[in-house]
Design a protein around this ligand. Structure first.
Ligand code: AHG
Ligand code: MN
Ligand code: MN
Length: 314
């Protein structure tokens, strides 16, 4: 019998039927986003051969060296999302100010065009993260107002992980078909995991409770550590295998390093949709009202048991 194949297109069109009153055309926005990430994926796969590697010599809103692939991905996403006509405002890691794409657009989108840039030159996993809201003139919206969010991981395979608030599904790109095909339905994070994921080089700079939390992890009989250095890769493993990801504050990152609107909120939305727990400074980051679009935030995310244990320490 024919295996039922569900493409990302099928999925979002079926999903759209749940929102008969929708003002904009979210499927059109998402299909343009899909086209952009397919092109990014193809450039990532041949990054070693083309000239997208290496530094541009410019710096971004966070005064970090911009890699060419970041810039290419950023301008491609802006172009394709603008041509959808569905996006009013774009907030990107690579743009210091918000950008109005289509004055009649129904949605605002926040994205990290290329996450894990330090992994580009070593052929390690990188990704694209996106977060979608209904358009409002006030951009400083709580993450709980997201209507959809997702990430693409350019890893051994190219996977798209997406939620519109009804659970999390992942789609794997099939080059033979040229589409993302539904591959993991209704992902649920394990209640508890044995893996912790943090850049322990900063250990000396952590608070004492944080140091105690990490030290007791090493006492666990089955403890394991994994840190890829790309948020999407460390989160993807945590979603599938369980455990805890941490990018807390430290003395050199007093607000944390990750960006609230373009990294933390979309990932927190997905982790909570998969039954996981998240934490920023006093609660889920989704409850925080941003003070500015490029605000940074500490971020803890993972299996409920592991995150609850973290909260007991800090
Ligand atoms: P980006 O490449 O978009 O700047 O994101 C990198 C982020 C995130 O992907 C990752 O979790 C974190 O930086 C790694 O930071 P450290 O190198 O300080 O561990
Ligand atoms: Mn990033
Ligand atoms: Mn980035």
């Amino acid at each position: 019998m024919l295996h039922s194949v569900t493409t990302f297109t099928d999925f979002i069109l079926e999903d759209e039927e749940k929102y008969p009153q929708a003002k904009g055309n979210l499927p059109l926005l998402l299909l343009q986003l899909e086209n952009a990430v397919k092109i990014i994926a193809s450039h990532v796969r041949k990054a070693g051969l083309s000239d997208v590697l290496g530094q541009t010599g410019k710096v971004n809103a966070f005064s970090e060296e911009v890699q060419k692939l970041d810039e290419f991905s950023n301008s491609l996403l802006i172009k394709t999302l603008t041509s959808s006509g569905q996006v009013h405002t774009i907030v990107s890691e690579e743009l210091s100010d918000a950008h109005v794409a289509s004055p009649n657009g129904s949605y605002d989108i926040f994205f990290d065009p290329l996450d894990g840039s330090s992994n580009i030159d070593t052929n390690n996993p990188i990704g694209t993260i996106f977060s979608i809201y209904h358009h409002t003139d006030n951009l400083l919206k709580k993450g709980s107002e997201q209507i959809a969010a997702g990430y693409v991981m350019y890893g051994a395979g190219t996977v798209l992980v997406y939620s519109s608030g009804h659970g999390v599904n992942d789609f794997t790109f099939d080059p033979a078909v040229g589409s993302f095909l539904l591959s993991h339905i209704n992902i649920k994070i394990p209640q508890e995991g044995n893996t912790y994921s943090i850049n322990e080089a900063y250990f000396p700079k952590y608070s004492d409770p944080m140091k105690q939390f990490l030290s007791q992890w090493k006492e666990k009989p089955k403890a394991s550590a994994r840190y890829v250095g790309a948020l999407i890769a460390d989160i993807h493993r945590t979603l599938l295998k369980g455990g805890i990801f941490l990018y807390p504050t430290d003395s050199s990152h007093p607000e944390g390093k990750l960006r609230l609107t373009i990294e933390v909120n979309p990932i927190a939305f997905l982790v909570e949709q998969a039954g996981g727990e998240t934490f920023a400074t006093s609660s889920s980051p989704l409850d925080v009202t941003p003070q500015h679009i490029h605000e940074r935030s500490p971020f803890i995310a993972g299996s409920p048991t592991n995150v609850k244990e973290y909260k007991k320490y800090v």
